[in-house]
Design a binder for this molecule. Structure first.
Ligand code: NAP
Length: 243
């Protein structure tokens, strides 16, 4: 897909990779951003002239339904939906302050909301000549680490869901793609790991993958992880466990 003149919906564009994607895509496309923080959305609209912003906290699925209805009333056609917003919490199941609500919200934002967003925007995606749904995934969706068990599980679920959805949509104009990212320098990865790529690099590589139409686009060290999973799976698990 050549990414010019497209209507593009991006979730979580107020920070990190979503922000970099918006910066790289807005001048040649109509970028439609959804986010939970009205101040940040306002600042984004001032920074990137011509984008449209819609407010929604993805924890609130009723609010999401209202927001997607508002998007559809303005945009009858959507060519690209990038499910990027996510959170990574670190509840440890043996910890005294273990918080069930953090699990519920993490599952909702990372998995349930992208599913709802896809379903609710489907009429506009089906109205495109050629549409793509791009789900932003992680190496942790292939092999988990010890902390952030729920985050890893939501990315694993997103992986299987994306494959199955691709089957469901195979006779339509819509293809489903996934990007598996290595560690990227963003607020989400603060205090986690080292040797990270920049959000701008990650966004550029994501855009390259979408342009090529790659169904599963592995970025950086995820390529090595896939290889290791084939030839030495227990080593791959051992490395990722401590990640
Ligand atoms: N960073 C990494 O190392 C890495 C590695 C692999 C995969 N990924 C994936 O890359 C994607 C982007 O992550 P990032 O690193 O750019 O993270 P980030 O900088 O923390 O950005 C996350 C975005 O999601 C939004 N968001 C979070 N909860 C939301 C909610 N309830 N409702 C609406 N929006 C919400 C945030 O909004 P606010 O600005 O309001 O907080 C922000 O715009 C995620 O899918 C992540 O899993 C990241």
């Amino acid at each position: 897909m050549k990414i010019t003149g497209k209507h593009i919906v991006i979730s979580g564009a107020t920070s990190g990779i979503g922000l970099a994607l918006t910066r790289q895509l807005y001048s040649d496309n109509k970028v439609i951003v959804i986010g939970r923080n009205t101040q940040k959305l306002k600042a984004l609209a001032e920074q990137f002239k011509g984008i449209s912003t819609f407010h929604v906290d993805l924890v609130n699925l009723d609010q999401l339904t209202t927001t997607t209805a508002n998007i559809l009333s303005e945009f009858a056609v959507i060519d690209l939906l990038i499910n990027n917003a996510a959170v990574q919490n670190t509840p440890h199941f043996t910890a005294k302050d273990f918080d069930y609500s953090s699990i519920r919200d993490e599952i909702t934002v990372n998995f349930t909301a992208p599913c709802c967003l896809i379903h609710q925007l489907l009429p506009a995606l089906l109205a495109s000549n050629s549409a793509s749904i791009v789900n932003i995934n992680s190496g942790l969706g292939l092999v988990p680490k010890t902390s952030s068990a729920i985050y890893c599980a939501t990315k694993g679920a997103l992986n299987i869901f994306s494959q199955s959805l691709n089957y469901q949509l195979e006779n339509t104009n819509i293809d489903v793609q996934q990007v598996f990212l290595e560690l990227v320098e963003t607020p989400m990865s603060q205090g986690r790991g080292s040797h990270k790529i920049s959000a701008e690099d990650a966004a550029q590589k994501i855009i390259e993958g979408i342009t090529l139409g790659t169904t599963e686009h592995d970025i950086g060290k995820v390529k090595l992880l896939r290889l290791l999973l084939r030839i030495a799976p227990s080593l791959a698990r051992k490395i990722m466990k401590k990640y």
